[in-house]
Ligand binder design. Structure first.
Ligand code: 6PG
Length: 471
């Protein structure tokens, strides 16, 4: 056996991960269901001068035998049934102590099930979230590890080496048992959806309220990328807005249909948050906004019914928009981290919030300057909600008036702001000592005798309500 690690599944993400491993000096055995893809990989590895560190294997049994025991075998196949099928095919060839490391966007409950299934067989299972797209996989992704801790240590040097670095620190960490890694990756994606949607809402005001063309918008995003919003998504927004279509010479963004796709991870985050009773309204809003966007023909028809939105010029400034985005983002991250904290408690994972913020500082799609601030804030003491972490209280106090101004202007100016307005309402609900659920409780007791609480008098009290029968 000569390979340090094995990798199955040579589509773009898998082959880039394999090349990354080889580049870091580890020998990687590779296998793929269709042999043609193995041939292509061999050529790619050769072209990049990495063929000495890659061992192509066309036969699965032979592939497994090439990896040093206890084996670490990465599988990078489509999420869902293909992962289960791969596990079954691999099983007869594995020995106790070996581990399967699954690096796709799997649902964390699937990962937990596979972990539980393999545990009695003494086969380790690591469910690993890998973020950063194709380029990340090749040059340094953020790696969120969950599953069998013992086997994690076998793979740790390789995974730590291939991950992105932030100030020399690897953006790879073991986060917890079972489905913990994929859970955290799912929330990463939910936050990614929120960031993207809030950026899109701000772009809408620039385009339709301030009358800015894509080039002018691009310049603003490039400028913002030098300030507190500095992040990968702000950077690429500048590039997307700047791009020109080869065929027409027009800004590409103006030609792209306004229908967003989604593969499910954002929706899973919103559903799980609801199931656990943690409000994640920014993530929910972002998922809903994508779903609404996809109903293009309905929207066209509805515009016919109500007429074009009356988008008079707004008086919000670019500085307001920048701060509004920052405030919205803080609320959205506060929600995402609250979901993680709750899952940690519910599943007994002890998820380290400061470490999660740390490994998101580089490599992943939501990487940003902001996450560096967040990891140091959490390192000082993990609070129940980011909105009450002192450093963020300061930023929020400075920025929520802008979020307010922008959301108000959007309401008057007929701009949709599903995500930013959800963030603002969450903030306003979260920071008020006296809410309005007293009325809700009264109503519940009225029609269903569900009981309410009065401080100092008891918890399951009832009102003497008038009858509405026969009225
Ligand atoms: C990442 C991304 C990635 C995800 C895409 C697609 O962290 O690298 O989250 O894993 O697959 O962003 O997501 P949607 O198709 O749902 O937008």
């Amino acid at each position: 056996s000569t390979a340090d690690i094995g990798l199955i599944g040579l589509a773009v993400m898998g082959s880039n991960l394999a090349l990354n491993i080889a580049e870091k000096g580890y020998t990687v055995a590779v296998h793929n269901r269709s042999p043609g893809r193995i041939d292509e990989f061999v050529a790619e590895a050769k072209a990049q001068g990495l063929d000495g560190k890659t061992i192509p294997k066309y036969d699965l049994a032979d592939f497994v035998q090439t990896v040093k025991a206890p084996r670490s075998i990465i599988i990078m196949v489509k999420a869902g049934q293909p992962v289960d099928d791969m596990i079954e095919q691999l099983l007869p060839h594995l020995e106790p102590g070996d581990a399967i490391i699954e690096c796709g966007n799997s649902l964390y409950t699937d990962t937990q099930r596979r972990f539980d299934y393999l545990k009695p067989k003494n086969i380790g299972y690591l469910g690993v979230g890998v973020s950063g797209g194709e380029e990340g996989a090749r040059h340094g992704p953020s790696i969120m590890v969950g599953g069998s801790k013992e086997q994690w240590h076998n793979a740790e040097p390789v995974l730590t080496a291939i991950a992105a670095k932030f100030n020399g620190e690897s953006c790879c960490a073991y986060l917890g048992e079972g489905g913990a890694g994929h859970f955290v990756k799912m929330i990463h994606n939910g936050i990614e959806y929120g960031d993207m949607q809030m950026i899109a809402e701000i772009y809408g005001v620039m385009r339709d309220g301030l009358g800015m063309d894509p080039k002018a918008c691009a310049n603003v995003f490039q400028e913002w990328n030098k300030g507190p919003l500095n992040s990968y998504l702000i950077e690429i927004t500048g590039h997307v807005l700047d791009a020109v279509d080869d065929q027409t010479g027009k800004p590409l963004v103006d030609l792209i249909l306004d229908k967003a796709g989604q593969k499910g991870t954002g929706m899973w985050s919103a559903v799980v948050a609801q199931q656990m009773g943690v409000p994640a309204t920014a993530i929910e809003g972002a998922v809903a906004a994508r779903s609404l966007s996809s109903r293009k023909s309905e929207r066209v028809a509805a515009e016919g019914v109500y007429g074009k939105p009356n988008r008079a010029k707004t008086d919000v400034t670019l500085a307001d928009l920048e701060k509004a985005l920052l405030a919205g983002k803080i609320v959205s991250y506060a929600q995402g981290f609250a979901v993680i904290a709750k899952a940690s408690e519910e599943f007994g994972w002890s998820l380290p919030l400061a470490t999660i913020a740390k490994i998101w500082r580089a490599g992943c799609i939501i990487r940003s300057r902001f996450l560096d601030q967040m990891s140091s804030a959490y390192a000082k003491g993990e609070a129940v909600n980011l909105l009450v972490v002192p450093d963020f209280v300061t930023i929020m106090k400075d920025s929520h008036p802008s979020l307010r101004k922008v959301v108000a202007a959007a309401a008057i100016g007929e701009f949709p702001m599903i995500c930013l307005s959800a963030s603002l309402s969450y903030f306003d609900s979260y920071r008020q000592a006296q809410g309005t659920a007293n009325l809700t409780q009264g109503q519940r007791d009225f029609f269903g005798a569900h009981g309410f609480e009065i401080e100092g008098r008891g918890t399951d009290l009832h009102g003497t309500w008038p009858s509405t029968l026969g009225k």
